[in-house]
Design a protein around this ligand. Structure first.
Ligand code: GLU
Ligand code: ZN
Length: 285
């Protein structure tokens, strides 16, 4: 069996739309072509927004699209103990600190945190110990300290990942990390909350390793997350997959499709009589 392992990792917080179908089809096709595996991971760490009905609809849509995944399917909600163990190790290494700034004070919606324009956390709570942390708090990675622990700028610039798709600005090939950009442009990202033992960034890195994913296929809106994931791989001793970021599927007006655009959900298109081949054609495959 080939060691080419792809995954599709939807969050069950809405229905699948054309953009999801495109990601899933690219990953499935690549796995099939390589004689590898196509895995499914339900990213349900957000226990408030995740719904079993959405998960059921995702499974139904994938089956209808003709994209069978290899069992077992992984749910992130079953991985909390594994995340917690890694968080505890990072705390012991002095790389995390509790932040009690409210969510309103700093916008921190998961995958986009660390992306340009979202705003870098100013470091208000950096250096704070755990003794006086009570109530709800976020655990932030002290980015500078983390990169210094890896060996500093010289070592960080040797860390890289391979991009076989493209980033939003056409980035491809070997992409090296940059310590200053990580400190000033990404900053001290949230890796967990008191009650949720992993953020998007940490759970994705740990689960891609756990599922032995060799190729990560996803939209180029997550390209900016790849350097963050590379840092977390280095910090936790996890391997680095190959990345294939793809263009986003846009609507007729050029606007990016979002979960709220129900008109373009796979189930609506199916109810209107579209076939899986029509969906393939609609995303340009
Ligand atoms: N769960 C994420 C999403 O639905 C995808 C995560 C990833 O592919 O890294 O947007
Ligand atoms: Zn804070």
């Amino acid at each position: 069996m080939s060691s080419h392992v792809e995954r599709f990792a939807p969050s069950p917080t809405g229905s699948l739309h054309l953009g999801h179908a495109y990601s899933a089809m690219l990953a499935y096709d690549a796995a099939r072509k390589a004689g590898g595996q196509f895995l499914l991971r339900i990213e349900d760490i957000d226990t408030i927004r995740s719904r079993p009905e959405y998960e059921a609809a995702i499974l139904e849509d994938l089956a209808w699209l003709g994209l069978p995944w290899q069992e077992p399917m992984l749910r992130q909600s079953a991985r909390f103990d594994a995340y917690r163990a890694v968080i505890e190790q990072l705390i012991e290494r002095g790389l995390l600190y509790p932040c009690t700034c409210t969510r309103k004070q700093i916008a921190m919606s998961a995958p986009q945190e660390g992306a340009p324009g979202v705003g870098v956390y100013p470091g208000t709570c950096r250096g704070r110990g755990f003794a006086d942390a009570d109530g709800d708090y976020a655990l932030r990675l002290d980015m500078r300290k983390a990169l210094v622990s890896l060996g500093g700028a010289g070592v960080v610039k040797k860390l890289h990942f391979k991009e076989i798709g493209r980033g939003p600005n056409g980035e491809k090939g070997k992409i090296a990390l940059d310590m200053a950009a990580l400190i000033d442009g990404v900053g001290d990202i949230v890796l967990a909350r008191k009650d949720v033992p992993a953020s998007y960034h940490l759970s994705v890195v740990l689960d891609d390793a756990f599922q032995q994913v060799s190729h990560v296929t996803r939209g180029h809106d997550l390209f900016e997350a790849a350097p963050i994931h590379r840092v977390l791989q280095a910090l936790t001793g996890r391997p680095t997959p190959i990345y294939r970021h793809h263009d986003l599927i846009r609507d007729e007006t050029g606007r990016r499709l979002a979960k709220r655009d129900d008109a373009r959900s796979i189930s609506t298109l199916r109810m209107e009589g579209a076939t899986p081949d029509d969906i393939r054609a609609m995303v340009g495959l």
